[in-house]
Write a protein that binds this ligand. Sequence first.
Ligand SMILES: Cc1ncc(C[n+]2csc(CCOP(=O)(O)OP(=O)(O)O)c2C)c(N)n1
Ligand SMILES: [Mg+2]
Length: 787
Amino acid sequence: MNEIRPIEPALGTLETLRQVEQKLLWLSAWMIHNANHLRPNRDGLKVGGHQASCASVTSIMTALYFEILRPQDRVAVKPHAGPVLHAINYLLGRQSVEQMAGLRQFGGAQAYPSRTKDGPEIDFSTGSVGLGVALTSFASLMEDYVRAHGLISPQTPHSRKIAIAGDAEMDEGNIYEALLEGWKHDVRDVWWIVDYNRQSLDSVMPDRLFGRFEGLFRDMGWKVVSLKYGRALEAAFNRPGGASLRGWVDDCPNSIYSALTFQGGAAWRQALLADMGKSRTVRAIIDPLTDAELGALMTNLAGHDLETLTEAFRAATKTDQPTVFLAYTIKGMGLPFAGHKDNHAGMMTVEQMDLFRTQMNVRPGHEWDAFEGLARPEAVRHFVHSVPYAAPLTPSGRRLPAGRIAVPDKLPQPRTTGRRMSTQAGFGEILSEIGRAAGDSAALSRRIVTMSPDVAVSTNLGPWINRRGVFDRHTRDDVFRDNKLASAQRWGTDPGGQHIELGIAEQNLFLLLGAAGLSHDLTGARLLPIGTVYDPFVNRGHDALLYACYQDARFLLVSTPSGITLAPEGGQHQSTNTPLLGIVQDRLAAFEPAYCDELSILLRHAFDHMQRPDGSAVWLRLSTQVLAQPERQLDAAHVIAGAHWVSPPAPGARLAIAYQGAVAGEAEKAFAMLREDMPEAGLLAVTSPDRLYAGWREAQRSRRQGRAGTSHIEAILAPLAPEAVLVSVLDGHPAAHAWLGGVRGNKIMALGPDHFGQSGDITDLYREYEVDAAAILDACAEGLLTI
Ligand SMILES: Cc1ncc(C[n+]2csc(CCOP(=O)(O)OP(=O)(O)O)c2C)c(N)n1
Ligand SMILES: [Mg+2]
């Protein structure tokens, strides 16, 4: 707590909060103004920023941060209010003028709050609307999880997870998916505060919508707190004639209310008198007021009324029931474009800003001064530093320290001798063995938490779940088991379970992986989350996956089955683009093993990599393709780096076949035939085009900067003749491999399905999509012919 002593008598809290609110309004507007008008602009692009969105939520954030929040609470702030959050942190001494002056500039404060770029003061990144809101619910679920498993001290105070949401975010479908899932898991300590300005980006919202929202939230077990009118309007409504006035405002369409707000007092008077001019009691309320006073009265909504807000928030702290606040606000409140439907990206002109500065009592040259222009700056300063949220969560900020979980040198390996099996089955067996929790694996298995959107059994998580149980805050019986009805699966739940079963919505899987993958930072308990999903349906949750990675969440994604290899399943269940997603996704290391020995190496690597400061999330793309398992010694470093020679080429060889994943058998068949004519040819197993590509790029960068460096793929391909042909094949889009030809200038014939959607057996489909041994041999012949 800061020691600054007040040199002025303390102000009443409400008055002080008003001054803080004024400061936040000024600083957020100024930050955006500075970025757009006062910095050199090298490319002529609009810099942008959202003064109206900030003004809309300033009162809400003032009440929340300076009256209600405790250090352990975690907040997702709607993307366009980023500047308000920066201003709050600035007043608290946690943000610099340089960062704020650099808003939207390289190295400066990000456009939208970002955990990875803005630093440890940001609890959740936001930007893709709706996702940050939903994430709070899953973060609450994960806090319950680590608590129930004794991974944090029971004395740790409960942390409330709060989303400050724009009302348009409620249009995103993922909100409702999360609501349903939250209900199933009985989440608690979640608040969603909706900045209900009835405006989105393009326009004013339909009026009938919000009645629906209240019902939806109530149905999902939420407490709904509707914060509509401020104190002044409520007082007016209580006067004679007030009921008519309330009825008029209640019935006023959003678009008309917005337009009148923009036009101001005279327009309000005209509209009110046109409808209620004959009522003496209404006139008694309206007539004594100046235009300015009337404008202020009619826009006195609860979302701008600090008293109403603090009271409502305080009351809600008495329960852990999830609570939604529908706080009526005006977009751009206090700024010249308040209420205008086009104000989303609207910005004050230089002249308007100058006038605003004068109104805010800010002297030219003192625009960044934290308490400039306030009536009682020292009292406000003292207040700000003495609120609960001002106490640091840890000496080093809002990221909690969490130790590393030791990973054994070798994971249990499935028995492979003489077996034909798939990587998906291998994954199930390895995890099940880890689940036995003996010896070195015990510490590891305690931290593993699995999750799946209704595909746990079909992705081979079953044996693990049978050993470790299904998590729920409440113990629920497995009716089938209790009635001794035969079932391979144990589905009773209890707080000690280590699998979280989700409904089928894939976005929820990735949001939960995101929340679990931030557990070390947010709760101080490190987890090793594993999510399983069918590979094609990664696409269904892709935005949430991207979002989880953007926040640097650490988790293992296992997607299976994949490709066209799930043959008879056909149609929409085939995936061809996912290997490409694995390459392009930042902060996600993607692998596709063909055999279980590779899988075991990669799974171990994943547990380690997820925990390294310079690590990332990991993705394993697996398959149901059954292959005879080889007996061999592998170089783990090569498997992890992305490729290893199954059969190394002779120096100067003119041909090599490179395969990835499920099509290994076809490549081996083709290679055996090819060998008869070209004994010098090589067979390369590619376990990760993603890692190979990243390594290649990194080596190029190093060399450009004058440092030595050879990437793994350059070293691997080095024995081949410069004019050698590479024939590559994977059960995924061939572009994932096509770049390999660029590494050393080899000609490449890249095979892989670039169409999909036929049902059939593997023989038919591999033929149809040209990834069978015959197609590989044809490609070899064609490649050799043309060099
Ligand atoms: C997924 C996604 N789609 C579109 C956008 C572009 N966008 C940014 S803000 C916004 C509307 C915001 O309206 P609202 O949530 O009501 O915020 P406010 O009115 O408080 O600015 C849109 C469409 C986005 N950020 N994310
Ligand atoms: Mg809005």
